[in-house]
Design a protein around this ligand. Structure first.
Ligand code: AMP
Ligand code: ZN
Length: 433
């Protein structure tokens, strides 16, 4: 089993805690160089901190704070020290910008390299980075990590699907990075073109940037005959390289030497223990240009609590799949639900293809949920009885999961809208009434 930085990846937990405490104190002191944190941290005396958990004495930082302090309010260095800026893809609301020093960029590349090596990829691999470049962090983030490892990087970006496929063939791509929704679309185009996705040289896929279920991962693995790894990050915390799966695939290792993790009740802000699902709150421990303290990520997950350290030997905690964002939650007929719950159900049906969308409408006073799903072409044989049975089975399975009875609509493959970036899974027409 390979490591990028074995010493830090396997650091015993006590030593990890000592390192975190030291870095936490440093980052607080550094943050005070910014206009925003100078006021925010005025009453804090970090010299009294004795353990990383003392972080709870600090106030939270929210996306709203970042927006209010747009553009340089959180900057701790003179502007001439910044070498790059990135921004969030604005999944919800206005984008936020993040700045990096030269050392921040090097540090980030190093973290991504850890993830790449942890997943079993190597210098000899040919890496196609099928994700948006530019302000979005997924492109350049993986790009520099892969170059650090020494892979041949094909910065193909998203779109122009036939060219992507041609590049894979011509240069014998062995590893890709993509959103799950786009890479599934690529496989459909391959099939249309008469190519078998399993026949390519691909062996590993990094999939992330959007929520997806275990079943979706398995679909990607089966379709391409590869091993797929979940990759988590966000621009506020650099981008990819925050948490990533190892070959055990029992959660994503969260790099605790760089990021201090808490899980809190999203409503009360109270600390939650391992195994309890809540909002991830993260403090950057090493970032120079723009440290962020106790950032409310909005992402819902839990710390894996299986009582065992990971068999791969890494000491850093593992987090579950991201269930969604606190602001993804839908309230349908008074019931709270997340799109990912419906995806879990849909993807467990082998007849269901890879694209789906949820439509919400209000009929009178009642919410109506329509689940539109693409089926594989082989399902459209004219056997209506079979389709009706499938519709009923899916409907019942969703109802059992979310306690709301949806309508289920079948569509041909390729007929529901697609995006090249993050998939748009929910169309909520209720707000327009
Ligand atoms: P951005 O800053 O635009 O890259 O968006 C970051 C957000 O994308 C995160 O806060 C998550 O909500 C989502 N995200 C990123 N990676 C994953 C992943 N592996 N699984 C689920 N959601 C993810
Ligand atoms: Zn592991």
């Amino acid at each position: 089993m390979a490591f990028w930085d074995e010493q830090i990846e396997t650091l015993p937990r006590e030593e990890l805690a000592t390192l975190q405490l030291k870095r936490l104190k440093n980052v607080i002191a550094r943050a005070r160089n910014s206009i925003f944190y100078r006021n925010r941290l005025a009453d804090i005396d970090e010299s009294q901190f004795t353990k990383p958990e003392d972080v709870v004495q600090l106030p939270f930082t929210t996306k709203h704070d970042l927006r209010l302090n747009y553009d340089f309010g959180l900057l701790t260095v003179p502007q001439e020290e910044i070498v790059r800026m990135h921004s969030s893809s604005g999944t919800t609301g206005k984008a936020t910008v993040i700045f990096h020093t030269r050392r921040d960029i090097a540090n980030w590349a190093n973290l991504v390299a850890r993830c790449i090596v942890m997943a079993g990829a190597e210098k000899r691999d040919v890496f196609q980075n099928i994700i948006s470049y530019g302000m979005f962090t997924g492109g350049l983030g993986l790009h520099y990590g892969a170059e650090s490892v020494g892979m041949l990087v094909i910065p193909s970006g998203v779109g122009n699907t036939k060219r992507q496929i041609q590049l894979m063939k011509d240069f014998k791509t062995t590893v890709f990075h993509a959103t799950p929704s786009y890479i599934l679309y690529v496989s459909e185009v391959m099939e249309e073109e008469g190519d078998d996705p399993r026949e390519f040289d691909l062996r590993i896929g990094f999939v992330g940037a959007e929520p997806h279920s275990e079943q979706t991962r398995q679909k990607i693995e089966d379709i391409y005959d590869i091993s797929a790894f979940n990759s988590y990050g966000m621009s506020e915390l650099n981008g990819p390289g925050v948490a990533f799966e190892c070959e055990e695939k029992s959660g994503m290792h969260f790099w605790e030497d760089q990021y201090l993790l808490e899980v809190v009740n999203p409503h009360t802000g109270e600390a939650l223990g391992p195994g309890e699902e809540g909002e991830l709150v993260v403090t950057t421990l090493c970032r120079e240009a723009m440290p962020i303290i106790r950032y409310r990520t909005g992402d819902l997950a839990s710390i894996v609590d299986d009582g065992e350290p990971c068999a791969c030997g890494r000491a850093h905690v593992r987090i579950s799949r991201i269930k969604g964002r606190t602001d993804d939650m839908l309230i349908v007929r008074g019931v709270n639900l997340y799109p990912s719950q419906i995806e879990d159900v849909l993807m467990s049906f082998p007849e269901v293809a890879t694209n789906y969308q949820l439509y919400l409408e209000r009929k009178g006073t009642l919410d109506e949920l329509t689940v539109k799903v693409e089926l594989y072409p082989k399902m459209f044989t004219g056997d209506l009885r079979m389709l009706r049975k499938l519709e009923n089975d899916i409907l019942k399975a969703i109802q059992d999961e979310i306690m709301v009875r949806p309508r289920v609509e079948f569509h041909e493959p390729g007929s529901l809208p697609r995006t090249e970036g993050k998939a748009v899974r929910v169309v909520d027409l209720r707000k327009e009434n």
